[in-house]
Design a protein around this ligand. Sequence first.
Ligand code: PLP
Length: 396
Amino acid sequence: MQINPHYAELNESYLFSTIAHKVADYQKAHPDADLIRLGIGDVTLPLAKSVVEAMGKAVEEQGHKETFHGYIPSEQGYEFLREAIRKYYAERGVTLSLSEIFISDGAKSDLGNLLDLFSADNTVLVPDPVYPVYVDDNVMAGRKILYLAATAENGFLPMPQEAPDADIVYICSPNNPTGAAYTVEQLQAWVEWAKARDAVILYDAAYECFVSQPGLARSIYEVPGAGEVAIEVCSFSKIAGFTGTRCGYTIVPQALVRGGQSLNKMWLRRQTTKFNGVAYIVQRGAEAVFSEEGMAEIQQNLDYYRRNAAVIAQALDEAGVWYCGGKNSPYIWLRCPGGMGSWEFFDWLLDTARVVGTPGEGFGPCGKGYFRLTAFGDAARTREAAERIKAALAKL
Ligand code: PLP
């Protein structure tokens, strides 16, 4: 018997567990400290009223023989939800067929599960810094990982001319942690790069709902021909506060063929074998996100987070700290002042302002010297945090 040797190659602990331990230790040493957490990317507003009502109705249905739903007829997801997603994309001029949409229990699972479709011999290109899950998923599978430096010089949006050769590339836009978002034109260059070498793009659109600037992409399929090279993974977590309810979706286009095999067929085969679908109740809740009332309620929530981002941005502007993001993204990515390192600034901010953020270094070596703050907090607490940050920075 041999265990998977690649687990030994993983970083010792997941970034957010390390932060949680550090914060717990600090709180133990300073029991009266009133900490404000602008670290982890979890949302704080509750589910929209329409979503709760739809789920309540679905719970009721599950309690009656006539309306009870057992195993989901298709592991791919109920047609009512896939149809709602199809329409959501159509509003942006992206045509999808229902067979290309797969409902998931969130983006994180599928980002890892999708790797089942590819050989362990493939080389993977991962932006640095980025959501740490992409790296860990591939380390576990023993794949060779190459990094694509996202720096202030390239606007945290690396382009293919800087890229080494690879079989799979991850693109996360708007990006976690930098908040940088690609234009449709920039993504076109990535689609051409992938076509030229038969590579596959794994496009993470978890934050698409924050894009408001014209010209920025919300889906890679806004690029003509992207269906031949890209799989898109998305989530209800950020658009509708489903972080604890769990639902997402993955688009695997029919046009995506590698080694003579349809990746759509392979993914369907994989899902029907290893996945039994998302709860009926949750899928009904997700469907309600796309209703007229649901969309209006959700926009109010997104505006609430956008105002938080503006409050943090203003404090940094006033303190003369360089940052990006926060406009088409819930994340603000700042350069640590006074030449501090990411973890040094983490400790300093915790101790001086009693504010918890995320060290940029935790997202990859290029995050060294940077720091992430999130706009997902409570509005009053975010205002308080912004005041504290400003006051602390003024003392530097
Ligand atoms: N992708 C990115 C870039 C994220 O930042 C996150 C969560 O923070 C996820 C995916 C996970 O989304 P989900 O809650 O749908 O698993």
